[in-house]
Design a protein around this ligand. Structure first.
Ligand code: PMP
Length: 400
């Protein structure tokens, strides 16, 4: 008898499991709208030209493959956090931002939540409803209790700001509250700048701890600076935020696993203590982060011409998605699809939260070979000129 005879099969991942089903489907019309990975106009994965240029530069430099320090490549840590916080950000200038390179956004979330579990008095974290499914699992593994605050209003397919404020005000003083910095996943609905300001005020009054997840900087508006508004505003207002930053989407570096975890501290001395504790979490988890992705980001952000090119490419990706929203909306209306579809246009970022019901999602897969998560979320970038009509027609049929 095998040692593992009693291991039970676990459920497939709610998002990555969809790709498996998609791959197994042999119909040529099949469409995968499950995973949030950008696709070009032909439905193919996209390597940003600025990244290819950085690859060439690095190749010529014939660098070694030695280990990085536990907290990663110093030039990367600096440039990456300047992109998020702004070059003039006080915590950076005053050398009181504790930064570590992370295994993309997920790795930052995991180490960040472990840090909270170990060093923050409160052991729970408030997550928006709905949120990226992995947030719950990460919180649990890190030893935190996941609590909820209301965020989305299915009736308006928009933000339920009143309910959000009510829940945040009702949370015990000093609660840790996770905020999607921009392009909320899965809803594509963000607070306005005025609403962020109000939230900052409530956080102050309640002494809440803002735990930011920024996986889509640049994808909301096409401009990374604009998308960093919430993060920068909270820091300006004196909040000691924690930030998880990912370069998976905005640089297309999904598989390179590159991001940062950063915490605003009060002084260089405090920063050094926080750094030392982060090292104690990273060392037994994966020792030190991978070098290649960090070198790519560092190369692009340090060379003004390459950075300029990259900013153009981010805008192009965001604009293509915005154009697709317009097309999809027009098509659905043209087909007289029952329901109100304005949210397809008004939502932002990589996803649209369509409002399709789980049974309709199942029908799309079974009858039409179209794959998306059962909450009705579609990754807009999976659509293109070749499949958008077929998609709209299929949606129209399952809704009618
Ligand atoms: N946070 C959110 C809200 C996300 O949508 C994602 C990616 N789907 C991540 C974090 C982490 O992604 P990664 O680990 O690839 O950076």
């Amino acid at each position: 008898v095998s040692v593992w005879a009693n291991v039970k099969a676990g459920p497939p991942d709610a998002i990555l499991g969809i790709t498996e089903k998609f791959k197994a489907d042999t119909d040529p019309k099949k469409i995968n709208l499950g995973v949030g990975a950008y696709r070009d106009g032909n439905g193919k994965p996209y390597v940003l030209p600025s990244v290819s240029k950085a690859e060439e530069i690095l190749f010529k430099e014939k660098l070694d493959k030695e280990y990085l320090p536990i907290t990663g490549l110093a030039s990367f840590d600096k440039l990456a956090t300047e992109l998020a916080y702004g070059e003039d950000s006080a915590p950076i200038k005053e050398n009181r931002l504790a930064v570590t390179q992370s295994l993309s956004g997920t790795g930052a979330l995991r180490i960040g939540m472990e840090f909270i579990a170990e060093h923050y008095p409160n052991k729970s974290i408030y997550l928006p409803t709905p949120t990226w499914g992995n947030h719950n699992a990460i919180a649990k593994r890190a030893g935190l209790t996941a609590e909820k605050y209301r965020y989305f209003d299915p009736a308006t397919v928009g933000l339920n700001f009143e309910a959000l404020k009510e829940d945040i005000k009702a949370a015990p003083e000093g609660s840790v509250i996770l905020l999607h910095a921009c392009a909320h996943n899965p809803t594509g609905v963000d607070p306005t700048q005025e609403q962020w300001k109000e939230l900052s005020q409530i956080f102050k009054e309640k002494k809440h701890f803002p735990f930011f997840d920024m996986a889509y900087q640049g994808f909301a508006s096409g401009d990374p600076v604009r998308d960093a508004f919430a993060v920068r505003y909270f820091v300006e207002q004196g909040h000691q935020i924690l930030l998880c930053q990912s370069f998976a989407k905005n640089l297309g570096l999904y598989g390179e696993r590159v991001g940062t975890l950063s915490l605003v501290t009060a002084s260089p001395e405090e920063k050094a203590r926080v750094d030392s504790q982060i090292k104690l979490l990273v060392r037994p988890a994966y020792s030190n982060p991978p070098v290649h992705g960090a070198r790519l980001v560092s190369t692009i952000l340090s060379k003004p011409e390459l950075k300029e090119q990259w900013l153009g490419e981010v805008k192009e990706m965001a604009d293509r998605i915005i154009a697709l929203r317009e097309k999809l909306y027009n098509k659905l209306v043209e087909l007289k699809t029952p329901g109100e579809w304005g949210h397809v246009k008004s939502q932002i970022g990589m996803f649209s939260f369509t409002g399709l019901k789980p049974e309709q999602v199942d029908q799309l897969a079974e009858k039409y070979h179209i794959y998306l998560t059962r909450d009705g979320r579609i990754s807009m970038a999976g659509l293109n000129d070749n499949n958008i009509e077929y998609f709209a027609e299929s949606v129209s049929k399952v809704v009618k």
